[in-house]
Design a protein around this ligand. Structure first.
Ligand SMILES: NC(=O)c1ccc[n+]([C@@H]2O[C@H](COP(=O)([O-])OP(=O)(O)OC[C@H]3O[C@@H](n4cnc5c(N)ncnc54)[C@H](O)[C@@H]3O)[C@@H](O)[C@H]2O)c1
Length: 252
């Protein structure tokens, strides 16, 4: 299948987890993928996995919280890979704490990496997309946007992603740019494993507890989020814009 033939996709935070699964899936379906993470070394394993399967990918080191770095790296991507058609704002971090104990630095870090980075990357990418009158932006929100104990910073950032998405869809729609978000529930990745460790549980026990609370009675896998991101980045979703799609096993 090559529904993304001729398209260049940038996936941020693609060294592991949901970003890596998304990069792999986009490449499997014909996109040339810029695998962006904090360092090119971190991104190398995803590039190897893609090229081992016959796909096209390159690793780029970029702190997406740094506007100047994003500008420079996206220019290099466009030059080396032949454009910029799809942007997946996936890079994210957590610094969980009850609000009364939450240091300002942890508020700032989570807002910057999860929300301001989406401003940075979308703002730089839209210049290429508007010029070519084609673009797809998909950002990672979270079920936590609806509220989650210990995650005031993360919930605020992920709710911000939904507002940013709805507004960019209005402003960029006239240029044939679709802007959507995906809001996963509990997905088994290093991020949720770190949360388990923080609360003193094993990854397995923590997942079992989350599974019990989920109608589908299991946690999600990165590939199940990647499939929805790729749907929103493709022409099957050509008339979908401004939406946040929950991928959370049926939890309300
Ligand atoms: N895992 C879940 O249950 C879950 C649920 C809802 C939403 N999400 C969101 O999905 C996205 C991916 O989550 P994941 O579980 O795969 O996380 P992860 O921690 O496994 O991977 C995140 C990646 O982002 C990279 N990254 C962090 N800061 C960066 C920066 N400043 N610049 C560039 N790269 C940076 C990390 O190096 C890492 O490779 C995140 O936005 C996360 O908030 C995850």
């Amino acid at each position: 299948m090559s529904r993304f033939a001729g398209k260049v996709a940038v996936v941020t935070g693609a060294a592991q987890g949901i970003g890596a699964a998304t990069a792999l899936r986009l490449a499997e379906e014909g996109a040339a993928v810029a695998v962006v993470d904090l360092t090119a070394e971190r991104a190398a394993a995803t590039v190897e996995a893609i090229t081992a399967k016959g796909g096209t990918a390159r690793a780029y080191g970029c702190d997406v919280a740094d506007y100047g770095a994003v500008e420079a790296v996206f220019a290099t991507v466009a030059e080396e890979m032949g454009g910029l058609h799809i942007l997946v704002n996936n890079a994210g971090i957590t610094r969980d704490n009850l609000f009364f104990k939450m240091p300002k630095a942890d508020w700032d870090a989570v807002l910057t990496v999860n929300l301001t980075s989406a401003y940075n990357c979308s703002h730089v990418a839209q210049k290429y997309m508007v010029a070519q009158k084609y673009g797809k932006i998909v950002s990672l929100s979270s079920r936590s946007a609806l509220g989650n104990r210990g995650q005031a910073n993360y919930a605020a950032a992920k709710a911000g992603i939904q507002g940013l998405t709805a507004t960019l869809a209005i402003e960029l729609g006239p240029y044939n740019i679709n802007v959507n978000a995906v809001a996963p529930g509990y997905i088994a990745t290093a991020m949720t494993a770190a949360t388990a460790e923080r609360v003193g549980a094993s990854a397995e026990d923590h997942q079992a507890l989350a599974a019990e609370r989920t109608p589908l009675r299991r946690v999600g896998q990165p590939e199940e989020v990647a499939a929805v991101v790729v749907f929103l980045a493709g022409e099957d979703a050509s008339y979908v814009s401004g939406q946040t799609l929950y991928v959370n096993g049926g939890a309300r």
